[in-house]
Ligand binder design. Structure first.
Ligand code: SAM
Length: 223
């Protein structure tokens, strides 16, 4: 796989541009602000109102930013997190080491843990801190199998125009099936067709304000 190109987004945090999919991993308006809004606030913080132990499934580990910010939130909010993530084309630890996330987030003490997330053996659960268990599955979402049930899914695939095969009824049905009751799937995407497909497999849709540069995002609930 060609190495993705690093660039700086408007909030000063880095992102990567995929030559394979011709798209960037985050919003050009800010990688950190996007993750904080879409995944941490609308997903994790939403579930924190009723839970103090949360199982997260991430689709698209990518740069590791969502995982790092979830670890940071776990420490700040004293939450227990089981974090499972799926990635088909992992970046190398040396590329991860060039990303400025632990500096920007003011958690430079987590740099080693951040690099560990990129380099640890896959498909094994690792205890990365008292509160944070981490398991990375390398492979395609379409082939992912699990016996775990999750409270939150961070659906962070590339957009439907770049990867239509990941925004299908079959994929959403399998994600619906691995959520607990009252579990939610959050995504930056608010396209009508995506919301209709999520609805068709049983999700209840909340269209909520989006991150900078986007009017809306989607939180889909299993009731
Ligand atoms: C938008 S980026 C994810 C950004 C990431 N969550 C972060 O915090 O940096 C999408 C990711 O999905 C991965 N991906 C693409 N196709 C996939 C598939 N079929 N199954 C799993 N991951 C896939 C890409 O390699 C890329 O890393």
């Amino acid at each position: 796989m060609p190495t993705p190109q690093l660039f700086e987004t408007e909030d000063g945090s880095h992102s990567l541009f995929s030559d394979l999919y011709k798209v960037s991993y985050h919003s050009k308006y800010g990688a950190v602000q996007e993750t904080a809004h879409v995944f941490i606030d609308a997903g994790l913080n939403f579930q924190r109102q009723r839970l103090d132990s949360i199982a997260v499934l991430e689709v698209g580990f990518g740069s590791g930013l969502n995982a790092l910010m979830t670890l940071q939130a776990a420490q700040k909010w004293n939450l227990k997190i089981l974090y499972h993530t799926i990635e088909s084309n992992p970046i190398s630890p040396p590329v991860a080491n060039q990303l400025n996330y632990t500096d920007i987030l003011d958690v430079s003490y987590l740099q080693d843990t951040f690099i560990q997330m990129h380099s640890l053996a896959e498909n094994k659960t690792h205890q990365l801190s008292d509160q944070f268990q981490f398991c990375k599955w390398i492979g395609k979402l379409e082939e992912f199998k699990t016996t775990e049930l999750f409270d939150v899914i961070y659906f962070d695939a590339f957009a439907p125009d770049s990867q239509p095969e990941l925004w299908t009824e079959a994929v959403f049905q399998s994600l619906y099936d691995c959520l607990k009751p009252q579990g939610v799937l959050v995504t930056y995407c608010a396209k009508g067709v995506v919301k209709r497909t999520l609805k068709s497999v049983g999700f209840e849709i909340d269209a909520i304000p989006g991150p900078l540069g986007k009017r809306e995002m989607t939180r889909a609930k299993k009731n």
